[in-house]
Design a protein around this ligand. Structure first.
Ligand code: SAJ
Length: 440
């Protein structure tokens, strides 16, 4: 048997040793899926706190229960280390590292580059490597292939097999998991894809082969660019409806009754999270390198980025209409997580809304049951959540609902507040045309 056949054999009989490089909200669930399928899995992460927490038998990832980690660890199916040299024993490695933006707005490839360079020290004949991190089309070929074969002299598709398979993890979601969410896989060569499909196909419910690594990279970017652009569309619709004196929420609900050819998105105070505002900019950056201007992405990004300012201007106007001055007023921002019912504040538009309110001279506080403290990196200020939300509501001149957590008692908030700007239509069921409420 040749190298490919031998490796496929080891993957199919689960004797292959699996390495997961980067044990975050993508890598840990992936490691668990492979371990539950019967592989021996080693998580490799430079963050010793993660490794120590894991070795104490505690899961630090919301979607992975501690008892699962303990069981798999006890059964010897799942281990963790901070020592990259352990990769030399691996037959198959998935790279699941962050791909954020630099402060310049360009892709920050430092995590992929350093992970690949570490792995390049330990690659050997008969290894398959799959990149899962969302990135610009061409990364697998231009970065992974080059760095994993240049020094080692290994031949891709014969000695080493290199693929891209986009992560589709939505933290907190229980219906679609790493196991049952279809997994797209594209290789540098067809032989590469064959090996990765044999590997992932032995642990994940549905594998979707595509013809190249670039096709797989691009599929992921389409998924999230689709969302970002459609959110930008409804945000601009909100601005247009306000000028037309039409209720954008009623318009969207009406459009959503169309049983085909329409997908509902809702406007809001901006775009948060570590995927949707960021992934499309990896694509527009790459296209700029190729002298092409991705206008849809640029425009949607501009509209979404401007929404915090639009919300603050609407608050200012609404208070003015009530004979109130924003400057010096007590304003309570309700909910700062980037989306409801989670504890993640990354890229949250709430930080910009608060910064802009402060700039207008408002006396701003916030409440969020999931976020005890926020830090505005650019302006370098920190704030702690108010402890008693109802007391803060009663004392405020204005309440701005930015993130509509289910945990809030909206009826009590409506009764106690003097004025509410509702950027999420959170009060739709209890305050239709209520004099105290203005909505986006
Ligand atoms: N948002 C709106 N209007 C909408 C939907 C979202 O303003 O109609 C805002 C949210 O408030 C948030 C941001 O956009 O600030 C992103 O929200 P999201 O619902 O897209 O949630 P994310 O960022 O957690 O996106 C993830 C993505 N998952 C992966 O990349 C694997 C995305 O592809 C999923 O579609 C999304 O979860 C999901 O559906 O929950």
């Amino acid at each position: 048997m040749n190298t490919k056949e031998t490796l496929i054999n080891k993957l199919q009989n689960k004797s292959a040793k699996i390495g997961i490089l980067g044990m975050g909200y993508v890598g840990m669930p992936l490691a668990v899926v492979f371990a539950e399928a019967g592989f021996n899995v080693l998580g490799v992460d430079p963050d010793r706190r993660k490794v120590d927490t894991f070795n104490k038998g505690v899961s630090y990832i919301q979607d992975v229960p501690t008892e699962k980690v303990v069981r798999l660890h006890k059964d010897g199916k799942l281990n963790m280390t901070a020592d990259f040299s352990a990769l030399k024993e691996m037959d198959a490695v998935s790279i699941c590292v962050p791909t954020p933006l630099r402060h310049t707005g360009d892709p920050d490839m430092s995590f992929i580059n350093s992970a690949t360079d570490q792995l390049a020290k330990y690659v050997h004949k008969g290894m398959v490597v799959v990149l899962e991190s969302t990135t610009y089309p061409g990364t697998t070929r231009e970065v992974m292939l080059t760095r994993l074969t240049e020094q080692s002299g290994l031949k891709v598709g014969e000695d080493i097999f290199i693929c891209f398979s986009p992560e589709r993890v939505d933290p907190g979601r229980e219906d679609w998991t790493t196991f049952n969410t279809p997994k797209v896989i594209g290789g540098i060569t067809k032989d590469c894809a064959d090996v990765a499909i044999a590997w992932y196909g032995g642990a994940i419910k549905t594998v979707v082969p595509v013809s190249s690594a670039e096709a797989a990279e691009m599929a992921k970017l389409l998924e999230n660019t689709f969302r970002m652009i459609n959110i930008g569309l409804v945000n601009e619709l909100a601005i247009m409806c306000e000028r037309l004196g039409v209720d954008v929420w009623e318009v969207i609900d009406a459009a959503a009754t169309k049983p085909f050819g329409f997908m509902k998105f809702t406007p809001g105070p901006g775009l948060g999270g570590h995927c949707i505002p960021i992934d499309p900019l990896y694509l527009s950056w790459k296209m700029k390198e190729m002298n092409y201007n991705a206008r849809f992405i640029e425009l949607a990004s501009e509209i979404n980025t401007n929404m915090p300012r639009y919300v603050v201007n609407r608050v200012l106007d609404a208070m003015n209409d009530r004979g109130k001055v924003l400057k010096g007023s007590k304003v309570l921002v309700l909910g700062v997580a980037y989306k409801p019912d989670i504890d993640d504040v990354r890229e949250s538009p709430a930080l910009d809304v608060i910064a802009l309110l402060k700039k207008k001279g408002a006396d701003v506080s916030y409440h969020d049951p999931y976020i005890p403290i926020i830090h505005h990196e650019k302006e370098d200020w920190k704030m702690e959540t108010v402890k008693d939300v109802m007391k803060a509501v009663k004392e405020s001149d204005a309440v701005v609902i930015v993130t509509n957590h289910k945990a809030y008692d909206y009826k009590a908030i409506l009764d106690s507040a003097s004025f509410i700007f509702d950027s999420r239509n959170a009060l739709s069921k209890i305050a239709k045309d209520h004099p105290k409420v203005v909505k986006l």
